[in-house]
Design a protein around this ligand. Structure first.
Ligand code: SAH
Length: 464
């Protein structure tokens, strides 16, 4: 091991930064974050850097560097593009036993900056010893996606309960088991889901020796429109910890594959006529599974709160006092629009966008047609394929021109994506001509014309 990683407490300590430009600013920001007092020396100092120095309670010195600038400093950083000067700072600091870092010159450094994942008070530092900083940064990026943003709050929770836990479990081994349980179980999950007071309550109950009934929980998670890359970090994390997964036809198989290997998978159908499990029964099933103490993942296509009946499912959970959390997903409108090169709003064409269900109950009467034909808006129809002839007809009848541009996007964001553009007048014909199937999204409005310029994703139409 060429370097010893240590975490340096710099609060209230003076740190010398030689250099007044962009790089000096970047390093100074990090240093100032720890509560250090900055002394910055340079003939010219960037205004943001000057402000940072002032905020740290330090002094900007607008002149060349002199050895005595190191007086009283516990760390020195040389961040100039003047190599001899950087070397001088390094030599002076080493002679005095002050740790020194010279930006981009590992040979001149006695200490080096790692790539940092900051979940304060939890910190992860990654270093390649200056040999391959890009590699260290790539590892950092992986860790960033892997460590939930609220992990720091988990550490805060542990801090608040530390003394109490120590009293309750004087034995080190017992204490370790207790904390492992807390950090890997429902208490941590509450914290990460932004339910801090509930996490505290559960922790307190556990300390008070209440065993209570084993309660499971439900994660209502949006799986996005199809491309697995569009999952959120949280969705993926919960997918990998759930004991049982209930998914419907809209969730792409590639996404279901990302769930924990040994999780039980239950297909619950759901698409127009194909209601493999009726909604009421499904709501009940979630309750039953959670009551068995399981972590239940209800995985839904797109966003669970947009035409997803997510609300109905969690109402039932709430009624039974079962803990749940909701994870938003990219809804079909956003996903399909982006992958088809059709911005949903545009200063010149559409100032608003409306998501509409095309699943008409009694013919076409239950949609507010006069509102839907107002100018300057984009309409996005979900579940609009079967009712499409009627939708197009009603829009025209209520005053929207039959020349209004419109698009059909089938299996948007996946490699099977197909997009067809036309007008309100000929859209139903396109469906028959190209054998368009569900899931398909319909976008109506002038923005559709932008696709000509903005299409970027090829999908199944590659090479057409
Ligand atoms: N909760 C989902 C929508 C469920 S309604 C969401 O937020 O996206 C089901 C309808 O969504 C389908 O009939 C179709 O119109 C649309 N849809 C969902 N995924 C789609 C996709 N990948 N491509 C095209 N349309 C999609």
């Amino acid at each position: 091991m060429e370097y010893l990683p240590l975490f340096h407490n710099l609060r209230g300590q003076r740190v010398l930064v030689v250099g007044g430009g962009e790089i000096a600013l970047r390093k100074s920001r990090l240093v100032a974050d720890t509560g250090a007092v900055l002394r910055v020396v340079a003939p010219q100092i960037d205004s943001q850097l000057a402000a940072l120095v002032a905020a740290s309670g330090g002094e900007p010195l607008l002149r060349g560097y002199g050895e005595s600038d190191l007086d009283g400093c516990v760390l020195a950083i040389a961040a100039t593009d003047d190599e001899p000067l950087n070397a001088q700072v390094s030599q002076d600091a080493r002679a005095r036993g002050v740790p020194v870092n010279v930006v981009d010159s590992p040979a001149l450094c006695s200490v080096i900056f790692p790539a940092i994942v900051d979940r304060s008070p939890l910190l992860v530092a990654v270093s390649s010893g200056g040999d391959a900083p890009v590699l260290a940064r790539l590892i950092r990026a992986k860790l960033e996606t892997w460590i939930p943003a609220a992990y720091g709050q988990l550490a805060g929770l542990a801090k608040r309960f530390r003394a109490q836990v120590k009293d309750r479990f004087p034995d080190l081994q017992q204490r370790r088991v207790f904390w492992e349980d807390v950090f890997q179980g429902p208490i941590a999950e509450r914290m990460l889901a932004g339910q801090g007071s509930e996490a505290e309550r559960l922790l307190q109950a556990r300390l008070d020796g209440e065993t209570g009934e084993v309660k499971g929980e439900v994660y209502l998670v949006g799986a996005g429109p199809g491309d697995p890359d569009l999952l959120t970090f949280r969705a993926l994390r919960l997918m990998q910890q759930a004991d049982v997964v209930l998914y419907d036809r809209l969730v792409a198989p590639a996404i279901v594959e990302l769930c924990r290997r040994d999780a039980e998978r239950i297909y619950v159908g759901k698409q127009r006529a194909d209601h493999a499990v009726p909604q009421e029964q499904l709501n009940q099933q979630l309750v039953t599974l959670a009551k068995q103490g399981k972590r239940v993942l209800r995985l839904k296509g797109g966003d669970p709160f947009i035409f997803g009946r997510g609300g109905e499912e969690i109402e039932e959970l709430a009624a039974h006092g079962i803990p749940f959390q909701v994870v938003p997903g990219i809804t079909a409108a956003s996903g399909c629009a982006a992958y088809a090169g059709i911005p949903l709003t545009h200063r010149d064409y559409a100032q608003s966008v409306r998501f509409v269900t095309g699943h008409l109950k009694d013919g076409s009467t239950d949609l507010p047609w006069p509102d839907l034909v107002a100018p300057g808006q984009t309409l996005v129809f979900y579940m609009g394929l079967v009712g499409l002839p009627s939708i197009c007809e009603q829009l025209v009848l209520h005053g929207r021109s039959s020349d209004t541009p419109a698009a059909l996007i089938q299996q948007g964001t996946t490699h099977n994506q197909r997009v067809f553009t036309g007008t309100l007048g000929n859209l139903p014909k396109l469906v028959a001509e190209h054998e368009v199937h569900a899931p398909t999204l319909v976008i109506v409005g002038e923005v559709v014309t932008l696709r000509e310029k903005l299409a970027w994703f090829e999908g199944a139409q590659a090479g057409l």
